[in-house]
Design a protein around this ligand. Sequence first.
Ligand code: HEC
Length: 133
Amino acid sequence: MTKQLPLINVLSICLVGCGLVVSAANAADGDWKRGRVYYQNVCTECHKAKAGGPIAPNTRTMAEWTTYLKADKHVKGKESLAKYASKEYRASIKSTNKAAEKYADIPDEQLFNDVKTFMLKGAKDGDSPASCL
Ligand code: HEC
C-alpha cells in the first residue's frame, strides 16, 4: 500500500517555495555590477584607510543589511551613508578616484541603489556572498 502525502503538506511545501521566489525577486533591483565597482573603489578604499580594513558584504545577512541600509546611519550612527554615493561626494574625490569620476553623473538614488543591490547580493546568505575586496 502506498502512503500518500496529506494534501496539506504538499500545499505548505509549495507555499514555502513560492515565498522564497517572491522574496528573492523583491530584493534590491539596481545594477549590482556597477554597485560592486563603486563599493570596491570608493567605500572600501576609505575603509582600508580609516575603518581599520575592508568591510565585506558577506559579514552580514541580507536582513541585517536591509535594516542597516534603511536606518542610513553610517559610522555607528554619526552620519548618513547615502552621502557617500552622492554626486557631491563623487565630485569631491573624482580627481583621485576613477570610479567616482566614471559614475560622476549618475543620479544619487540610482547609484546608492546599485550599491545596496551589491551588498544584498553579496550578503552572507545572498545570491553570491562577497568577501572579495
Ligand atoms: C570617507 C571614508 C568612508 C567612506 C567613503 C565610506 N565609509 Fe563606511 N566607514 C567609514 C568609517 C571610518 C567607519 C567606522 C569604522 C568603525 O570605527 O567601526 C565605516 C563603517 C562602515 C560600516 C560598518 C558599520 C558602521 O556604519 O559603523 C559599513 C557597513 C560601511 N561603512 C559601509 C560603507 C559603504 C556602503 C560606503 C560607500 C557607499 C562607505 N561605507 C563609504 C568610513 C567611510
